[in-house]
Design a protein around this ligand. Sequence first.
Ligand SMILES: Nc1ncnc2c1ncn2[C@@H]1O[C@H](COP(=O)(O)OP(=O)(O)OP(=O)(O)O)[C@@H](O)[C@H]1O
Ligand SMILES: [Mg+2]
Length: 258
Amino acid sequence: MSLLDAKDLTMRFGGLVSVANFNAAIEPGEIVGLIGPNGAGKSTVFNMVCGFYKPTQGRVFFDGKDITGMKPNNIVEMGLTRVFQNGRLFKKMNVIENMLVGRQRHFKASLLDSILRTPTYQQNEKLAYEKSINLLEKLDLINYIHEEAGKLPFGIQRKLEVARAMSTKPKMLLLDEPATGLNVEESNDMIHFITQLRDEFNITILLIEHSMRVVMSICPRIIVIDHGETIAEGNPDEIRENQKVFEAYLGVDDNVEN
Ligand SMILES: Nc1ncnc2c1ncn2[C@@H]1O[C@H](COP(=O)(O)OP(=O)(O)OP(=O)(O)O)[C@@H](O)[C@H]1O
Ligand SMILES: [Mg+2]
């Protein structure tokens, strides 16, 4: 059974159709690319899948359950976590603090526990701290642990956002343009990082990315949307040679860099 199954997802805002009849069945362990020109509807697909928008039409199934209309937090608890297009780090907090914010849903202590700093609370806090350290070590970010997030190199900030999402223990990640604004070296690093998520953590990934180089090198399967419509689906070679894709990108020159 597919891990994520989006069926006929449609999103209308007033009279405007942002996404029409989007379909995708994603198997465990896959990295699937979702590409298309600016305003094509990519982020809207994510918003519908992870509960930020209630689709006008269609259904989303995750891990065998119908999650259409469920609250974003409950969807995260089921193992589907999204990383936003515009970074949402707490810039003034350091790396470990950002990680602990991400882990909050694993705190079992009550508010009263936290106010009184009961043993349950302290135990949970210690556990969360240890797990975050462990994750930072595995993701090769441990050297930055006490640095202020907003002052880190941009490539590291993007990785930290993904690391924080990883602390929700996802089965699947939705990554929205993780390589945007990165230089060649940083985006190579991101390619390695995303591949590592799949290979070492068994994470299934749906990836929105403008850099064709990044998408083509990590996604064996790519879905292309334009003006909300799915115009192509296939492997990198098929997508490269697809006439409709070529036309959709005509005049768009920001997709060849890095
Ligand atoms: N909340 C909303 N209200 C009205 N229109 C919206 C809303 N969210 C998205 N749209 C519209 O839907 C269309 C698709 O937007 P979306 O953000 O999904 O595009 P995108 O493919 O992610 O683009 P980009 O590559 O620039 O991030 C756009 O025309 C956008 O203005
Ligand atoms: Mg977007």
